[in-house]
Write a protein that binds this ligand. Structure first.
Ligand code: PMP
Ligand code: GLU
Length: 402
């Protein structure tokens, strides 16, 4: 037997499709090709100055050592302060765990709660890492298909029907990556009631909480009463709202027992998240919030531009989509283009091949919906400049026109 035999858990693990698509676009760029890259969901803005300065100050003050594994008390307090200030929700620092980005937080939640024989309900389309992180623990991802007609919102009936005695968790992402779906308060509350009736925990991934558009309002899942809050595990972080993807700070807020178990796990796996990033995150959460709203407005401007360009595609190309109420993605169905000659005579029969051909012919990089449990769809991140959006949408249009 080969010494290089891999563990059963990683043998079937695929690389993150979003990161893989971004790497492919970068590779083409490195060959000198101008690529219109809409793969990664990350703000193109630099982290606001006062946050960068707080990082420098922390370094200069010697905050360059290990911190408690679950994060510095100042940041836990700042996280509690944010939920009080913005959502009137009361949490204690003992309910908070700081991790190396929200992706790490999600991993820690699942790894602390799930194992072989357990089921985790995931509405599709879902973010690429959800199913992968569930399967890594040996648990089963129970996928609930939502439709474009419903705005990719899971109904309470669908949720109820998916629950079995093995159900450990619902993973809900609001606003959603990749669909941009922003649940209304009534839709969330209906799901919350089903969770309470069936005593099912809800991992509420609220990383796009500050990025909602077209009058949509964000409500935290924990805000529907103490019975709901007792079953809610919030995951969020600084990556999207504060343009801090590289700093790797995310958090989990949940029942103390679960947070303690996650802290144990983290203390064995990674120790604390970067000390400097933690101090910078305190400044992000407690400092002026004007840049958050400025960036949101700019994302909304881009969203409106992208939607304005895409609406005629419905009639012209048979492309379909639900308009995003949050996050920074346009998610559209291109299956009407399958089997027909596209630019350069290319013929494709699925979304993955569509993305490959689009990159080769038009130098536009998207992520295939296949990675999000949504065959026929592709995802465009509009967290990039207007110029790139204009040129890239021209490219997609020419590609579809054939
Ligand atoms: N959840 C969702 C839905 C995401 O799109 C992302 C990607 N940034 C994350 C969690 C993880 O974010 P990060 O690890 O950068 O905090
Ligand atoms: N969440 C972002 C995305 O979906 C960043 C990449 C990743 O972490 O998957 O593009």
């Amino acid at each position: 037997m080969s010494a290089y035999r891999l563990s059963a858990a990683v043998q079937t693990l695929k690389p993150s499709a979003t990161l893989a698509a971004a790497a492919k676009a970068k590779e083409l760029k490195s060959k000198g090709v101008t690529v219109y890259d809409f793969t990664l969901g990350e703000p193109d803005f630099i982290t606001p100055a006062h946050i960068r300065q707080a990082a420098v100050a922390a370094m200069e003050a010697g905050q360059t050592h290990y911190t408690p594994s679950g994060g510095i008390p100042e940041l836990k307090k700042a996280v509690c302060g944010l939920y009080k200030r913005d959502y009137s929700l009361d949490f204690t620092p003992a309910q908070v765990l700081i991790s190396n980005g929200a992706k790490h937080s999600i991993h820690n939640v699942i790894a602390s709660l799930c194992g072989p024989g357990d089921e985790v309900i995931i509405p599709a389309p879902y973010w690429v890492s959800y199913s992968a992180l569930v399967e890594l623990t040996g648990a089963t991802a129970v996928i609930v298909e939502t439709t474009e007609a419903s705005g990719f919102v899971m109904s309470p009936e669908q949720f109820r029907a998916a629950i079995t005695p093995k159900t450990r968790l619902l993973m809900l992402n609001n606003p959603s990556n990749p669909t941009g779906a922003a649940y209304t308060a009534a839709q969330l509350e209906a799901l919350a009631r089903v969770a309470v009736e069936n005593n099912v925990l809800v991992l509420s991934d609220e990383i796009y909480e500050k990025l909602v558009y077209a009058g949509a309002e964000f409500r935290s899942f924990a805000s529907f009463g103490p019975d709901v809050a007792a079953l809610t595990i919030i995951v969020s972080g600084v990556s999207k709202a504060y343009a801090m993807t590289g700093w790797r700070i995310g958090w989990t807020i949940g029942p103390v027992e679960i947070i303690k178990a996650m802290d144990n796990l983290q203390s064995q796996e990674t120790s604390n998240p970067c000390s400097i990033s933690q101090y910078a995150s305190v400044a992000a959460l407690e400092g002026p919030q004007t840049s958050v709203e400025e960036m949101r407005q700019e994302f909304e401007r881009r969203r409106n531009y992208v939607m304005g360009r895409m609406r005629p595609w419905r009639e012209r190309f048979g492309v379909t989509f639900a308009e995003p109420g949050g996050a920074f993605y346009a998610f559209f169905n291109v299956s009407s283009a399958f089997g027909k000659p596209l630019q350069g005579g290319k013929v494709v029969t699925n979304a993955t091949d569509f993305c490959t051909a689009l990159l080769e012919e038009a130098h536009v990089a998207l992520v295939t919906g296949d990675a999000f449990g949504a065959p026929g769809y592709v995802r465009l991140s509009f967290a990039t400049s207007m110029d790139v959006l204009k040129a890239g949408l021209d490219g997609i249009e020419a590609f579809l026109a054939g």
